[in-house]
Ligand binder design. Structure first.
Ligand SMILES: *Cc1c(COP(=O)(O)O)cnc(C)c1O
Length: 226
């Protein structure tokens, strides 16, 4: 299967999930997760008209950013280590992984020093998985005021990676909980948080039914990783 035909299949599934849930196709953005895959496959996706890609490692994101000219965009979807913030920020169109207040404050400070405004999502450990990074829902509700005060970091929504379950229907409840948290935070903070980054290759249709605006799809586009 070619990358172009994989993208076409996913496009059909995206469109169908939007139709089922009464949503506009334009409300959902596909992020092609290219981690560990060679540049020629990224080139194929670009040739098929795709522009938004995700990487989980800062070093690799920076390398790809310098390899592929704009308008190709790079999303950071993995943990951002403190010592890599300064190099990473200018390369990211969106940082999906603000996973602690300490990281938020550092990203804010460094963005200020760089004279940029960083678009970011707050990562929430919605299924309380001990192996995952992210705010607990309670911590985030407590930290919201402080987060929204930072002015060089623009928080535009939430991201989650629920504990893996082979049956996508079992993950629906976690996606729903993230959307409910979004609603509570918007009321409490008086500020829209429109983006929800949730759903991967095996469960993105369910995530869309539950309100995802960004889906992060790797395997279904580029094939299995080693
Ligand atoms: C690897 C990865 C994905 C893509 O996973 P697939 O199952 O290959 O679609 C999505 N989100 C994050 C955070 C990832 O690290």
């Amino acid at each position: 299967m070619s990358i172009a035909s994989n993208l076409a299949i996913i496009e059909e599934q995206l469109t169908a999930a939007c139709a089922r849930s009464g949503r506009d196709r334009s409300d959902v953005q596909l992020i092609a997760v290219s981690k560990t895959k060679p540049d020629n496959l990224v080139e194929e996706a670009i040739a098929a008209g795709h522009l938004d890609f995700g990487e989980n490692k800062v070093q690799e994101l920076i390398r790809r950013k310098s390899t592929f000219a704009e308008p190709v965009r790079w999303h950071l979807i993995g943990h951002l280590q403190k010592n890599k913030i300064r190099k990473a920020l200018p390369c990211c169109t969106l940082v999906h992984t603000i996973d602690s207040m300490e990281l938020a404050e550092r990203v804010d400070r460094i963005s200020g020093e760089l004279g940029i405004r960083t678009r970011a999502l707050v990562q929430v450990n919605i299924s309380d998985d001990p192996a995952k990074f992210g705010f607990s829902a309670d911590d985030l509700e407590r930290s919201l005021e402080n987060l929204l005060q930072l002015d060089a970091i623009e928080i535009s929504g939430l991201m989650t990676i629920p504990a893996f379950d082979p049956e996508p229907e079992n993950t629906r409840i976690h996606f729903r909980h993230l959307r409910e948290l979004q609603n509570r935070l918007e009321k409490a903070g008086g500020k829209p948080l429109p983006q929800l980054s949730m759903g991967m290759s095996h469960d993105f249709p369910v995530a869309i039914e539950e309100g995802a605006t960004l889906v992060r799809v790797g395997t279904a586009i580029f094939g299995k990783r080693d």
